[in-house]
Design a protein around this ligand. Sequence first.
Ligand code: PFF
Length: 448
Amino acid sequence: MAKRVGFATRLGAIAAAVGSAVGLGNIWRFPYEAGANGGGAFILVYIGCILVMGIPVILSEFIIGRSTHSNMKAALKRLSPGKKYYLFTYVCIFGSFVVIGFYSVVCGWIIEYLYQAALGRLGGHTPQEYSDMFTALVASPWRCVGWTVVFLLLNFLVMSRGIAKGIERVASVMMPLLFVILIVFCVNSLLLPGASKGLNFLFYPDFSQLTMRGVLDAFGQAFLSLSIGISCLVTYSSYFKDDTSLTKDATTVAALDTLVAILSGVMIFPAVFSFGVEPTAGPRLIFEVLPGIFQQMAGGYIWAFLFFLLVFFASLTSTISLSEIPITFMIEEHNMSRRRAIMWTALFTFVLAVLAALSFNVLDDIKMWGMNIFDIMDYAASNIFMLLGGLFTAVYVGWILDRKVVHDQLTNGGRLKPTVMEPFLIFCLRYVAPVSIFFIFLYLTGII
Ligand code: PFF
């Protein structure tokens, strides 16, 4: 079995978990989901979901990972000997491929915008021209696939350098910078004429705008954004040290992740309303709106370049964590060398990502339920795989796992004082999460 190395510092471990959580899910997907589902009411459900399901499931993944210092399959075998729960790992592995498949296409778009910003082309256009620019990008199979492949090559190059070094360094420098630059853009967006409409859309909860599908989307978005439900945080926390406070780390990760999502909303929606873009524009939303914000600012193209560079790094730390799920699994469960595991993971990922990239052009007539391949992967990843994984994790830790393991992990073997987190966690895991997710699945299958 490969030798496991821990994160060098507590900050390194948290930075890596935050690096996984904060990414395109916050900056690209959160605004478009909020926009498509009416704004304020969606955000309230989203925040509620983070509190009663997100944090408990993060903690559960941490408990499984750190108590065994193993990947999900080995962990479940160790925690429940003789039982078949470990089979769920295969769902997680498949789910991680689906996420990375569509996700790397968006990362490719980010690189294209980074390139355009470097050439100074993200300025001096009308909102319609920015919209046409994005349409031209996705309509071109070469550009779409090309940038996706460039991104994947970079991703797997970084992966081949090993977990602690690569991830820790990138994440701990880039995240604070991204945070600062988001605030700068929020201020600029808020100064646009008619900005208050955007704030109203974002913070005034109009429940008449929220459908059952919107609630499902809010749950899925919360799970995707927190990186939970496909064992990513099991893998990461398996590298945590034994004196880390899991409760503190889980709440820090959730709080920072939510903050970045809300800041992205504050950056995007005032501009959406000011420029007259449809909030329901979907995956293209931020690409239509952001250039307009940059061009209002002095030295706009430098800001644009910096912004896309930081988003690129935020995405990279997320895809690294995603790729680490199958890689660690192959190394530890199938005795593969790291190189070989990376090669196989890269190969599967390339196939899915190319299909997703082609679904806007060459394969755009392949549609199911009105969605193209990219949309199906995007929808299935969060609303099916991650929710299903969340349900499994909640039921496993809430009902099946020995309570002593939970208690030991939350108190670090008695070294930390027990807090209300433990009964709260158990209540949420036993009742709140399973019941809510179960109802959502009933709805999804058309039973209610
Ligand atoms: N949480 C990441 C984001 O918001 O961009 C996406 C993600 C990373 C999902 C890792 C799942 C995962 F395992």
